[in-house]
Design a protein around this ligand. Structure first.
Ligand SMILES: [Mg+2]
Length: 279
């Protein structure tokens, strides 16, 4: 069992060559670099999102990529969605601005980013609204079906488990406490910059001393989790319970997952079929 880890201190992070977490100026180069330099085996999967809409995509190569760690999103991935995000965004932005931004950004609103430039007073009010919605979510916190089993499977193969959330540390602590499953490192939004910036994921790879190409990011958000994984150069798996990402509006989005599943129970067989699970 892993221990809860407090928000990290950048300056004490052990780093791998080329993936030093604080060196964000090189981030746009990282996916290509990390795949080209770090990947010791053939990437087994097609990169076309439309061809990944089925439950599990089998490997097309006899050479399996090595997988040493899995990093999970929390809300909507390890826990049943309990936060009404559209209602939260409307409450923060107002109906009119919400509709206008939604039109410009079909893949979703980054509310934390959006309020970053607001005046301190307006920003404080926004954070209060967000905190209120998150608190309501905590009251209804429920573990996602299949999460415990998947974690037990990973533990049985000694595969590392980490967590990255845009929620607060209190919520992560409550999750660990309530469900008795801990992730290490577990990074909340006190770790800056947060997802979809690749920094938290690169920090976890660095802490584990593994290459990003040996890690998978699993989450239910294309714009946060898949973007974070793509930018860090890890494998990505999108959890899409309702099939919402099959919509044509997501066909031309910038970030694509390597895999897409409709439930966590599908991931165990996906990992066994496509990866060499070697800690
Ligand atoms: Mg999520």
């Amino acid at each position: 069992m892993f221990n809860v880890v407090n928000p990290p201190h950048y300056h004490t992070i052990p780093t791998l060559p080329l993936v030093s977490a604080p060196n964000f100026h090189q981030m746009p180069l990282l996916p290509a670099l990390s795949r080209a330099i770090f990947s010791s085996s053939v990437h087994p999967l097609p990169r076309s999102f439309s061809s990944m809409s089925n439950f599990v995509t089998p490997s097309s190569s006899s050479v399996k990529a090595r997988l040493r760690g899995v990093v999970f999103d929390m809300d909507g991935t390890l826990t049943v969605p309990a936060i009404d995000f559209p209602a939260m965004y409307k409450a923060v932005l107002g109906e009119e601005e919400y509709v206008s931004i939604r039109k410009q950004k079909p893949s979703g609103i980054d509310i934390l980013q959006h309020i970053e430039d607001w005046s301190p007073d307006k920003q404080r009010q926004a954070y209060e609204i967000i905190a209120d919605y998150e608190k309501q979510g905590l009251d209804r916190l429920e573990i996602m079906p299949g999460a415990s089993e998947l974690c037990a499977f990973l533990d049985s193969r000694s595969i590392r488990r980490g967590l990255i959330t845009r929620n607060v540390k209190t919520a992560v602590d409550l999750f660990h406490e309530r469900f008795g499953i801990t992730f290490s490192p577990a990074l909340s939004r006190e770790f800056r910059p947060y997802k979809p910036d690749p920094a938290p994921l690169l920090h976890i790879c660095s802490t584990w001393e593994v290459r990003p190409s040996e890690v998978m990011m699993i989450g239910d958000s294309l714009k946060d989790d898949v973007a974070c994984g793509n930018r860090a150069g890890t494998f990505t798996c999108l959890l899409d319970e309702t099939g919402k990402y099959d919509s044509p509006k997501y066909e031309h989005v910038e970030y694509k997952p390597d895999y897409k599943v409709s439930c966590l129970a599908g991931i165990h067989s996906l990992l066994e079929a496509n990866f060499e699970l070697a800690p």
